[in-house]
Design a protein around this ligand. Structure first.
Ligand code: NAG
Ligand code: NAG
Ligand code: NAG
Ligand code: NAG
Length: 506
């Protein structure tokens, strides 16, 4: 019981001592500590001498204690550092204090009886730009060729990292392959950072810095990472460089976005149509497939059919697979050396004053798509400059009524005879009535056409005078011509008789 009272009394005495000791023990007066402008980490400490020291002050001792490091570590066991041991002035500048940290500054007057009671003031050091980069920067694997992921250590409580209020991590991803591309930058609170929409198989450089209220710290060492490969885009500039009657040569260039290392190109060919063969059914898949080395940009397909359409395709491969497909439709040139049709023969029974019925026979019609009937009269030539085909000047009847194409008849119509001068229109050509008694030269042409290209082979010249036909000694064979119905045959066959009747009536 007695000891408890004793302890209580001792404490009371200590408290009384602290309250009243200011004057009694020679504590310095009006102690201040302020940051020195333009000198980070310097603190100017000022004070007034004690009011009533027990004996004259000989010098002052200035010391300090760090109690709050970078606002992230509160120090319990304070360590006192003596900055000025024997200061005779009433001011002192402490240097080298840590930014964004709290200190206690202690000034004690020293007299002949020893150190007097200490005066204490707190000072807070301003922020400074961090001096350390983020640590532990590393690449996290990504399964996508357009995404990269990076992470780094959380911010640590160190002066290099926390010398200012932390705002976040500022990262920068730059393209090494295309340095002129603008970098991708972002402020994030912490790692990891996922960066999307990148180019495949592209080398990037990543670095990150601490951003604080006072500014950005230094960047981490650049970390170079290449995105994964992907399938390429379609080969560029896919085109036909040359065609002949039996071959097609095509060329291409590397895809605009290879997205990896091109390992090979696949080129295919598929027959898609044969205008001369209405029964042709195109195959559904390619008939020729070529795999070519990545440094080959041209290939020639031989042994093709003339006058035929082909579909070509090309695709590039990377280790990830085949990429986009470029498709091209092309055609071989028309067959040029086909034999023309046989010399037409006049059927005098079905011909009249304004029309001539002639046979159409073609022994070599495989690549033929249509037949042309060309007509030339001995009348004076037009002053219009004609278009020359195979050395002959032919256009439509209205362009030149003395040398014209009278008809174009598709091969698929299986026509075996043609009435020249029936006044009808065949394939944009007017088959104009002939002039009675005028001399005509007539040709049948076998045309092999594909797209905008065509070639024509002509028959020998048939010379005929409209309305003036040689009748063979016997009647024509009873086999009806394929070109007209039996009924038409009868009426046309009756024409000479009708003609005679007409002469008799007039
Ligand atoms: C010292 O502090 C006291 C009280 O805080 C004040 O009245 C006095 O003016 C100060 N003296 C000087 C010289 O600043
Ligand atoms: C083409 O390249 C791909 C990817 O490297 C590979 O899988 C394929 O076998 C290659 N084809 C040929 C014919 O070389
Ligand atoms: C022409 O002949 C072919 C083959 O004999 C046949 O398939 C086609 O239908 C015929 N065309 C006409 C218009 O008669
Ligand atoms: C001559 O034949 C053509 C074709 O069959 C016919 O269009 C025309 O009317 C005929 N002319 C005469 C005068 O019979």
């Amino acid at each position: 019981m007695a000891s408890e009272i004793s302890v209580a009394l001792t404490m009371l005495v200590l408290v009384m001592h602290a309250l009243t000791g200011a004057e009694a023990t020679g504590q310095v007066q009006n102690l201040t500590a302020v940051n020195v402008e333009d000198a980070p980490g310097d603190v100017l400490v000022t004070w007034l001498p004690p009011e009533a020291p027990d004996s004259p002050v000989q010098f002052y001792r200035v010391s300090y204690e760090l109690f709050d490091m970078a606002q992230c570590s509160y120090i319990v066991e304070l360590t006192r550092v003596v900055a000025g041991e024997m200061v005779t002035e009433t001011s002192y500048t402490i240097g080298g204090l840590l930014p964004y940290s709290g200190y206690q500054v202690i000034v004690e007057a020293s007299t002949s009886t020893g150190l007097q009671e200490e005066a204490i003031v707190s000072v807070f050091i301003p922020e400074a730009v961090p001096t350390d980069p983020p640590r532990g920067v590393r690449n996290l694997g990504s399964s996508s060729s357009t995404i990269l992921a990076f992470t780094w250590d959380d911010i640590e409580c160190s002066i290099g990292a926390r010398s200012s209020a932390f705002r976040g991590f500022y990262y920068e991803l730059t393209s090494v392959d295309q340095p002129t591309n603008a970098p991708i930058t972002k402020l994030v609170p912490h790692g990891p950072a996922w960066i999307y929409d990148l180019s495949s198989f592209h080398l990037y450089s990543f670095r990150v810095a601490i951003r604080s209220r006072a500014g950005d710290g230094p960047f981490s060492e650049p970390l170079e990472v290449r995105t994964k490969e992907n399938t390429p885009t379609k080969p560029a500039a896919f085109q036909v460089s040359e065609t002949t009657e039996t071959s097609v040569t095509c060329s291409w260039e590397e895809p605009l976005q290879p997205n990896g290392v091109i390992t090979n190109y696949t080129i295919t060919l598929r027959p898609s149509d044969r205008p001369y063969d209405p029964s042709f059914t195109p195959p559904l898949s390619a008939t020729v497939i070529r795999h070519l080395e990545p440094d080959i940009f041209m290939t020639k397909f031989d042994d093709l059919e003339p006058s035929s359409f082909y579909e070509l395709s090309t695709t590039a491969w990377t280790s990830t697979g085949a990429g986009g497909i470029a498709i091209l439709n092309t055609f071989t040139r028309p067959k040029s050396d086909i034999q023309g049709p046989s010399l037409p023969v006049v059927d005098p029974y079905t011909s009249n004053e304004t029309s001539v019925t002639i046979t159409l026979k073609d022994p070599d019609d495989h690549y033929v798509t249509s037949y042309l009937v060309a007509v030339e009269s001995d009348a004076p030539r037009s002053k219009r400059s004609p278009v020359v085909i195979d050395g002959k000047a032919f256009r439509t009847y209205s362009d030149n009524p003395h040398a014209y194409i009278a008809a174009e008849i598709p091969k698929a119509e299986n026509t075996s005879s043609v009435v020249v001068g029936d006044g009808q229109t065949y394939g944009d050509y007017l088959n104009a009535p002939l002039a009675n008694g005028r001399q005509y030269r007539i040709w049948i042409g076998s045309k092999s056409a594909i797209d905008w290209r065509s070639s024509v082979s002509w028959s020998a010249t048939l010379k005929v005078t409209a309305g003036d036909y040689e009748f063979p000694p016997t009647a024509p064979s009873s086999t009806p011509s394929k070109g007209h119905s039996a009924h038409q045959q009868w009426i046309l066959g009756a024409a000479p008789w009708l003609f005679m009747l007409w002469l008799w009536l007039y």
